[in-house]
Ligand binder design. Structure first.
Ligand SMILES: [Fe+2]
Length: 427
């Protein structure tokens, strides 16, 4: 029997610790106060601590400002800061669930390997998975060879038909599933099946291998968690053609249920998410390069899995490592400002089609910003009524009529689960 207990009290406590380092932005004659949350250290690990990060999109060639909330120009620095922060929080293991680089060029994978090697020397074991952006020109064998020290060499077993593998340690099996989606020209493993078209899917050989691993875990009483890049549970989107799914994910989800695996970890969608379907839970870890530079922290205890979201303390990393870029030294503040600017630009764009007075437009901006920041910090479920009563609620939805943000924000406000702020899942 699996149960979920949200960490509402914990999240409230964190919220009250928010430092009111106020930024005043002037808009239409009134001032908006932005608060910059202080990043507090996590409590000591309750068991084996595993950090999970996704969609790093490491791209040293992109030095252009990404704009808005996407700090793509800082991808090398944010990866360094993530590796530092996860170790500071006493993570023993770091899982990287795909889209590690922004296109599988060899020099990008090489830079990734260099950074991961340095982090492993500081005492953290790292296991990687490919996403849809990690291959081409790199091939499957090239990827596994260049990142051999991050899972492939330590694997108890490797699937011969994909880049999936299985780690066994500390009474735990970590089933790392290569969910594909990276195109036929990169496929060179002898038993691999060529997808048609370039879809995310698990071949029958890979499914058979995974089931053999899960049977071993059941026979030896090992606990299991499973990770992949693409999303698995159909509840995540009502559009099967969305490009987020493993095409035959239903079949794999049933295999995980059969062996009582409680949690599947994924990324790819670039937003944090939590879903449950017929006893199987899925946690989506967010895009590292967008607000708020987040990752997931799991504590595996005797009784279950505790999840806490974590924001990388980029400011502390920058100070510690002697960075000179003023943005990195005040990164949390910079991100808060960029989120506000993003809200302002989007409302202004929508208001061109649905014009309104400047004071109503400003209220709509404040509303948009509040919903987005509450969603990203996991507090939107707790603050649902509060945001619905904001003076910008009605102006925003009038302004967003006919735009995707209209239905998306409405959906977010109604459905954001409390688990985004933390949960406990029994084994
Ligand atoms: Fe992806």
């Amino acid at each position: 029997m699996k149960t979920v207990h949200s960490l509402k009290n914990h999240s409230r406590k964190v919220w009250t610790l928010v430092l009111l380092a106020a930024l005043f932005l002037t808009g239409c004659g009134t001032q908006t106060v932005l608060t910059v949350p202080e990043v507090e250290p996590l409590p000591e690990p309750e068991g084996l601590r595993i950090a999970v990060a996704s969609d790093l999109h490491l791209d040293p060639d992109n030095t252009e400002r990404g704009g808005e909330v996407y700090a793509v120009q800082y991808s090398p620095e944010l990866l360094d800061a993530l590796l530092w922060d996860a170790r500071q929080q006493n993570a023993e293991i770091l899982l990287l669930t795909g889209d590690l680089v922004n296109g599988g060029k060899y020099h990008r994978i090489e830079l990734l390997a260099e950074k991961l090697h340095a982090a492993e020397e500081n005492g953290m074991d790292i296991y990687v998975l490919p996403g849809n952006h990690d291959l081409a020109p790199a091939t499957q064998t090239g990827f596994a060879a260049m990142l051999a020290d991050f899972g492939y060499n330590e694997a108890f077993s490797r699937d011969t038909a994909s880049l999936s593998y299985c780690i066994i340690r500390d009474g735990l099996m970590i089933l790392m599933m290569d969910t594909g989606g990276y195109g036929a020209r990169s496929i060179d493993l002898p038993d691999a099946e060529i997808p048609d078209p370039d879809e995310a899917f698990l071949s029958s050989k890979t499914l058979g291998w995974a089931e053999r691993m899960l049977k071993k875990a059941a026979d030896e009483d090992l606990r299991v968690i499973c990770a992949g890049h693409y999303n698995l549970l159909t509840e995540i989107s009502h559009q099967p053609e969305s490009g987020f799914y493993i095409q035959n994910g239903d079949r794999f989800a049933d295999v995980l249920r059969k062996y009582d695996v409680p949690l599947y970890l994924s990324g790819h969608m670039h937003i944090r998410g939590f879903y449950q379907e017929q006893g199987l839970s899925e946690l989506l870890t967010e895009f590292l390069l967008s607000y708020p530079t987040g990752y997931s922290v799991l504590d595996l205890t005797e009784s279950g899995i505790r999840y806490r979201p974590r924001r990388v303390d980029v400011d502390a990393w920058a100070k510690e490592t002697g960075q000179e870029d003023p943005v990195l030294l005040s990164f949390a503040e910079w991100q808060q400002k960029t989120l506000y600017d993003y809200s302002k630009e989007n409302v202004a764009f929508m208001a061109e089609k649905n014009p309104m007075s400047r004071s109503r437009e400003k209220k709509a901006v404040d509303f948009f910003y509040s919903v987005m920041s509450a969603f990203w910090d996991g507090s939107l479920s707790d603050r649902r009524e509060e945001v619905k009563n904001m003076p910008g609620y009605e102006p925003f939805f009038l302004c967003a009529d006919g735009f995707a943000y209209g239905w998306w924000l409405k959906d977010l406000i109604e459905t954001a689960p409390p688990e985004l702020a933390g949960f406990f899942l029994s084994w």
